[in-house]
Design a protein around this ligand. Structure first.
Ligand code: SAM
Length: 255
């Protein structure tokens, strides 16, 4: 259940074929365009509606800042995923998005498989990972990250097995239908939301994750949101604006 915004590719037929997207000349009405700009891939729409273009930049900006100053293994996400003293599980981030959470986990030493179902978002991620792989500040981290394009609610076991990354922890951060004040939602967020949709099929994804994870499934939610429909979480970790619901099969210290 992805969003409705259509995306076309500008001037790169190989990229269009790679992601099954139309070329701009064949889809002149598509409101969003994937194009190369300043040696990176960006996704852009009319700035009055969508603000600045989106790109994935692991070596610069917020991602790098959070890696340096983000609080290491004390961060909520690290505690939720069970990264502790001497324990570094491998993680499947089955809702990869722009890869920010995955990058934090990889920067703390975890091997991370990223699964993303929206082609245009996966294209941005692939581009960001390729640039990170040749950046002296990010290459070591990017080497722990692998991307798969597909719906994690289907065939998750096969996708994970093919990746060679053990699904000790599965991390989910589905979109949450936001409440009022949509006019205040940042324009870039609007772009992302129109692409990704509202992930109303999150219960199916949780079910698939619970089947495949060997140790735990962790679900990021807005602090006041209800848990995803399905089994009740075993533990809850509260942060300032978000929380993690934890579904635990096995302790991560056990082998
Ligand atoms: C809120 S965003 C995740 C943001 C991400 N945690 C980050 O740090 O950038 C949710 C993403 O999950 C993707 N998604 C949702 N359900 C999915 C599924 N079943 N399989 C693969 N991707 C999915 C959406 O397309 C969207 O890109």
């Amino acid at each position: 259940m992805t969003g409705s915004a259509r995306v076309a590719v500008e001037d790169d037929a190989r990229l269009a074929a790679r992601w099954g997207l139309p070329m701009r000349v064949d889809a002149p009405d598509a409101p969003l365009v994937l194009r190369h700009e300043d040696e990176r891939l960006v996704l852009a729409g009319d700035p009055r509606d969508y603000g600045n273009p989106l790109a994935v930049d692991f070596a610069a900006g917020r991602a790098a800042h959070r890696r340096r100053f983000g609080g290491g293994r004390g961060q909520l996400i690290a505690r939720a995923c069970g990264l502790g003293k001497g324990v570094t599980p491998s993680v499947v981030d089955a809702t990869a998005g722009l890869g920010r959470d995955a990058f934090v986990l990889a920067s703390l030493g975890a091997e991370v498989l990223l699964v993303e179902r929206v082609a245009a978002i996966a294209a941005l991620l692939e581009d960001g990972l390729a640039r990170a792989a040749v950046d002296p500040d990010a290459a070591e981290i990017a080497a722990r990250m692998r991307l798969v394009h597909g719906d994690a609610g289907h065939d998750l076991a096969r996708r994970v097995a093919e990746s060679g990354i053990a699904p000790q922890v599965i991390h989910l951060d589905p979109m949450f239908p936001h409440r009022a004040k949509s006019a205040l939602v940042k324009k870039e967020m609007r772009l992302f939301r129109e692409l990704a949709g509202d992930d109303a099929d999150a219960p199916r994804l949780l079910e698939a994750a619970l089947d495949v994870a060997t140790h735990r499934v962790v679900v990021k939610r807005p602090r006041k949101a209800p848990p995803i429909d399905g089994p009740a979480p075993r533990h809850v970790l509260e942060g300032k604006t978000s929380r993690y619901d934890l579904y635990v099969h096995r302790s991560l210290t056990s082998s």
